[in-house]
Design a protein around this ligand. Structure first.
Ligand SMILES: Nc1ncnc2c1ncn2[C@@H]1O[C@H](COP(=O)(O)OP(=O)(O)OP(=O)(O)O)[C@@H](O)[C@H]1O
Ligand SMILES: [Mg+2]
Length: 378
């Protein structure tokens, strides 16, 4: 994608911009403190204008009908329209009111929901540039009234670069997993196999001399054999998976059973009916999301039981990973670790929705849902 020359020159690119909601809230706070009085040139209006020109984000104010009445420099850079071209045009020109893939929040719903006037959440949607290309944006909304009139301040950040980095991280982590899986399988497993042969010989020799140490050698031999089994299971989990149309069900069941063997945590797969996913790339992303969620439950949850469910109903595929552990902490997703962020990128890549929440009775519930994909055209 072409990078706007002006944007390249900016001291802080959007990729570097803080991704926390704090950035949005402080901008909203500033915009709230200075009510614009229909561009009357008052001091507060001028102050507002100068403050908003210094930020990277697009700040767009629209009236109750969704018509744009204010446009800052960030908006011009992000969307390509000059102020005089866009004032009076509908906000829907920038952010389509209907989400194309039928997923994500709709701008209309966000704007006119009866919820709290201050929407503290950020929403990921698609924006449309003046030249027609679509790009991912993160958006935050504030509705406010001036006299009897309602207005909406929309703060929009271009997250193209962040998404690209997420995809890159996902690919790098996939490549690293593959490399470690191969090393474990081809190197460590071979060495361990050689050691089992030696320990077997040692056990035999000690036995022939009727030495009691033969028992110890037998124990060592048994432990090494178990280590080979564990290492193979580990390597298998790291190597890329090949999945046929209904292969996800069996791959998840196998992953769950291997996890139980390795960790001794009770693990169960519930995938009763076939779930046909003809695009194997989608199945592999779902498998990896499930795998990371199960690994997280093992590492962080102190769970006694992990359940993996896969179902399809009316064209909606749902994968859930439920544990009965300590429950994910508030803000865990913002700790800057890789796992959750890669899971999110995978869900996005397959046009899915990922939700991670604490279970009603404790523990953590990870859900990835998506419309059953149609096979890719060859
Ligand atoms: N099932 C869970 N139960 C409790 N806490 C969880 C669970 N899953 C995730 N967490 C918390 O969320 C944090 C972020 O998870 P994430 O997978 O991103 O990172 P990680 O597992 O610590 O490291 P990695 O990048 O290797 O995956 C974890 O460090 C943990 O505190
Ligand atoms: Mg993790």
């Amino acid at each position: 994608m072409k990078l706007n020359a002006q944007r390249r020159k900016r001291p802080f690119s959007n990729a570097q911009a803080p991704t926390s909601r704090r950035g949005f809230s402080s901008l909203h706070a500033r915009s709230k403190s200075i009510r614009i009085s229909s561009a009357d040139g008052s001091r507060s209006a001028l102050e507002f204008r100068s403050v908003t020109q210094s930020v990277d984000e697009a700040i767009v104010i629209s009236d109750a009908h969704g018509k744009i009445i204010f446009w800052n420099g960030g908006a011009k850079i992000i969307f390509g329209y000059a102020e005089k071209e866009i004032i009076g045009k509908p906000l829907a020109l920038l952010i389509p009111t209907q989400s194309s893939a039928g997923r994500g929040a709709k701008l209309e719903q966000l704007l006119f929901s009866k919820a709290s006037p201050i929407d503290s959440k950020t929403h990921e949607l698609r924006g449309i540039h003046k030249d027609g290309h679509r790009f991912p944006v993160e958006l935050s909304l504030l509705s406010w009234a001036f006299g009897a009139k309602a207005f909406f301040t929309t703060i929009i950040r271009d997250i193209t670069e962040r998404k690209r980095l997420q995809r890159e991280i996902m690919e790098i982590s996939g490549r690293e997993q593959k490399r470690i899986g191969q090393e474990l399988h081809d190197d460590l497993c071979q060495q361990l196999t050689a050691i089992t042969l030696l320990s077997e010989v040692l056990e035999k020799k000690l036995g022939e001399k009727s030495l009691v140490e033969a028992k110890d050698a037998a124990e060592i031999h048994k432990l090494i054999v178990q280590s080979i089994i564990d290492t193979r299971l580990l390597a298998k989990g790291l190597l890329p998976v090949e999945l046929g149309p209904d292969g996800l069900r069996s791959a998840l069941a196998e992953m769950v059973s291997n996890t139980e063997k390795l960790t001794h945590i009770h693990c169960r797969a519930e995938c009763k009916k076939p779930v046909l996913i003809r695009d194997s790339a989608v199945a592999v992303h779902l498998y990896r999301i499930g795998q990371e969620a199960v690994t997280n439950a093992v590492k962080h949850a102190r769970a006694k039981e992990i359940v993996v469910k896969l179902s399809e109903s009316r064209g909606q595929i749902v994968l859930s990973i439920i544990d009965d552990g300590v429950g994910i902490a508030e803000g865990a997703a913002r700790r800057g670790r890789l796992g959750l962020s890669v899971m999110n990128s995978r869900a996005e890549t397959i046009n899915g929705t990922l939700r991670i929440r604490r279970g009603d009775k404790g523990g953590t519930v990870v859900t990835c849902s998506l419309h059953a994909p149609t096979p890719r055209a060859k």
